[in-house]
Design a protein around this ligand. Structure first.
Ligand SMILES: [Zn+2]
Length: 158
């Protein structure tokens, strides 16, 4: 899976990317290391042969260090501990952590737009076959949207 993700990054973002994933059956952990493009200012300074403080060896060094992380460390240690163990000789600046929350952009309105694409006759046929409702479930969050004949008639009368 890490290889797939790294391949995708290479194809789409075209910036060097390292991905390490691990799982022990109960917990999973992972890290992604990316070399961000130079800023316009850094590029200018390099072009002018000025000392932009560019560390040409940085990616090589980080790649070697990143490959030393053990699967067990990825699943059991917190992020700061991993950062310290791997890169304590580098100048690491960590942003404040942001809590993750699940979010889905599905809505009844979007389902209505999909129903309009299918067409009224087709949807009404499906409702007959399925015993009174046209059901759409979101593949991401599992939310179920149901439409009966009245709902469909309303959609196509607007
Ligand atoms: Zn959803």
């Amino acid at each position: 899976m890490a290889d797939c993700l790294a391949h995708y990054q290479k194809q789409s973002a075209q910036i060097p990317t390292l991905i390490n994933l691990a799982s022990d059956g109960l917990q999973a952990g992972g890290m992604l290391v990316q070399m961000l493009p130079r800023t316009a200012e850094e590029t200018y300074e390099v072009e002018q042969n000025q000392d932009a403080g560019i560390d040409d060896d940085l990616w090589t060094r980080l790649s070697v260090l990143t490959r030393t992380v053990k699967a067990e460390e990825l699943t059991t240690l917190d992020a700061n501990e991993i950062l310290y163990r791997l890169y304590h000789e580098e100048n690491v600046v960590a942003p404040d952590p942001v809590a993750l929350s699940f979010g889905c952009t599905c809505s009844r309105e979007k389902c209505e737009m999909a129903i309009e694409q299918i067409g009224e006759a087709e949807v009404l046929d499906i409702i007959d076959e399925q015993g009174g409702n046209f059901e759409m479930d979101c593949g991401f969050c599992g939310e179920m949207y149901k439409f009966n004949k009245d709902d469909v008639t309303t959609i196509f009368s607007e």
